[in-house]
Write a new protein. Structure first.
Length: 244
């Protein structure tokens, strides 16, 4: 396969229509519910309209201190959901039970890989924006390689992903950030709409709980599609693997 933005997005759209009977429950349970939970918890952050930057940072820090257990549990659930989706499309022919078992057994190394990638990205962005963007492009395929080629192990997947992205670092970075930016803009616009509607209806807890459902659904669908773009890019770069 040749690598192109149009080809990757077209492949992701095809994947979106494939195995929908399995994808929808996974997205609903492991993406929609945790996103809805974190969105609802976030409504407890009290920030005045004229708050100074340090006050905003203080409010966010206080939120994390008060909800650290819930935030960790939600983050782990999202990581598990991502791993389930990758296994669904990169390890073909598995039942839901098998997907749950395989994802559970490989969750800890997956989380360690995600943490390592996050630390490297933070270092890159701390140095300057462009190094961080490039590092994202060079590391984005590592997680997919870890799932698609389990025989390589964690370190082998890191090497494999880095090798697959050779010569495509900037392309992958532009693809990932471009798709992410479009998705973020759409979800952010929906969040603003929800805030306006909530204010119009009095802004009560129940109102927010109801209005946040479509936001969480949009966020879960967007996150799922972003993961499918990652899978499609990996398949284009890695060629035919596991019968794909």
């Amino acid at each position: 396969m040749t690598f192109s933005f149009r080809g990757v997005l077209a492949d992701a759209a095809i994947l979106w229509r494939t195995d929908r009977d399995l994808m929808v429950p996974i997205v609903g349970m492991f993406l929609l519910l945790p996103i809805l939970a974190i969105a609802y918890l976030s409504t407890t952050i009290a920030i005045a309209p004229d708050a100074a930057p340090e006050d905003i940072r203080g409010a966010v820090a206080a939120f994390y201190r008060a909800n650290i257990i819930a935030v960790v549990a939600i983050s782990l659930t999202l990581e598990f959901g991502t791993l389930m989706l990758l296994n669904l499309y990169l390890q073909r022919g598995k039942s839901v039970g098998e997907l749950l078992r395989v994802s559970g057994l490989r969750l800890l190394p997956w989380v360690l890989l995600a943490m390592a990638n996050g630390a490297i990205l933070q270092l890159g962005f701390a140095l300057f924006i462009l190094p961080g963007v490039y590092i994202f492009g060079r590391t984005w395929m590592m997680g997919a390689a870890y799932v698609a080629e389990p025989e390589r192990g964690l370190l082998g997947a890191i090497e494999r992903g880095f090798r697959l992205s050779a010569g495509y670092g900037w392309w992958l970075a532009l693809l990932g950030f471009g798709v992410g930016a479009v998705i973020f803009a759409a979800v952010f616009a929906l969040v603003i709409l929800v805030q306006l509607l909530a204010a119009a209806f009095g802004g009560g807890t129940l109102v927010y709980a109801v209005l946040l459902v479509p936001v969480a659904a949009a966020g879960a669908a967007a996150y799922a599609f972003f993961t499918l773009v990652r899978i499609a890019a990996y398949r284009r770069l890695g060629g035919s693997i596991n019968g794909m």
